[in-house]
Design a protein around this ligand. Structure first.
Ligand code: SAH
Length: 282
């Protein structure tokens, strides 16, 4: 039986509770941070420890799930890039169905739910359905990666603006991005979900005026023991990604702030570097 069929059965089971006219449960949308469980907020840990039913995504680290009580019902809803175990609409339906059956639901997402996490869509659907909900923010991947690899996202000498953008457009309909804005100088651009479209992204940024020599970095599995950070230039980035076989989840960071890493990369070793992290320059 497919996950989707299993979940429909589960929803049907809980729907029978709905018919008993119980007051709806609360949904808590929790950001699980970038991977390292020590980067969870205190509020997130408290919500995890009190959870009964949990809907969680692919990007949520197993170490984060370890905070759940053993009796909590865990429902994996997937969401690897372009491979959703459960379509977004069904995730929302399931969440609403469980809440209407009186269950308190914990919706756990990687990073921060309101940053490329579809948390906004889920919150809108809950509001529309009249389900009470609250949101607990998480550290987004860019923040975790920046601290872990030693790249400050803004810096008075290098970048007075930070742009978080997605390199993967809805339904993969081609990259219709504001290239002039993304190619501006004195800013840091962090691309989420950008690995598969990296050659096109780098080509467009250069065509719109960002120099091929602009410092850039690829950070895979940031804040985990599998973290890798590869640095080079905008022109070199697609080749580096191929050579080092960079795979999602990974971030692309573009901007002069990447040069600061030379001074900072070893500074935090004693306290913050994951045990087996790999770091390389072009
Ligand atoms: N809500 C999440 C982002 C979800 S979009 C957040 O705030 O972080 C999924 C993308 O996030 C991945 O494709 C990747 O680009 C990025 N990402 C998430 N976790 C990451 C990690 N530990 N290391 C590098 N990139 C990560």
């Amino acid at each position: 039986m497919s996950t989707s069929q299993c979940l429909s059965r589960l929803a049907a089971h809980h729907r029978s509770d709905t018919e008993k006219q119980v007051p709806p449960g609360t949904v808590t949308l929790v950001g699980a941070g970038p991977g390292d469980p020590e980067l969870l907020t205190v509020k997130a840990v408290k919500a995890l420890e009190a959870a009964r039913v949990v809907l969680y995504d692919h990007l949520v680290a197993p170490e984060v799930l370890a905070y759940l009580p053993h009796h909590a019902e865990r429902i994996y809803v997937g969401k690897e890039s372009s491979r959703h175990t459960l379509p977004q609409g069904e995730i929302i339906d399931l969440m609403i169905c469980l809440a209407r059956a009186g269950k308190s639901v914990l919706r756990l997402k990687g990073g921060d739910g309101y940053i490329f996490g579809r948390g906004g869509e889920e919150a809108q659907a809950l509001a529309q359905a009249g389900i009470p909900f609250k949101v607990i923010p998480g550290l987004t991947a860019a923040q975790g990666a920046a601290a872990s690899v030693g790249i400050p996202l803004t810096h008075r000498d290098h970048a007075c603006a930070l742009v978080l953008a997605t390199g993967h457009l809805r339904d993969n309909k081609g990259l219709d991005m504001d290239w002039d804005m993304l190619a501006r100088p004195r800013q840091t651009v962090v691309l989420y979900m950008g690995v598969n479209n990296l050659p096109e992204i780098c080509r467009q940024l250069q065509a719109h005026g960002r120099g091929a020599g602009t410092p850039a970095a690829l950070i895979e599995n940031a804040t985990t023991a599998r973290e890798r950070c590869i640095t080079g230039t905008l022109g070199e980035l697609p080749g580096l990604a191929l050579r080092h076989q960079i795979r999602p989840p990974a971030l692309v960071m573009i901007g002069e702030v990447v040069t600061v890493r030379q001074q900072l990369e070893h500074a935090g070793d004693a306290v913050s570097k994951p045990a087996a992290a790999v770091h390389a320059a072009a």
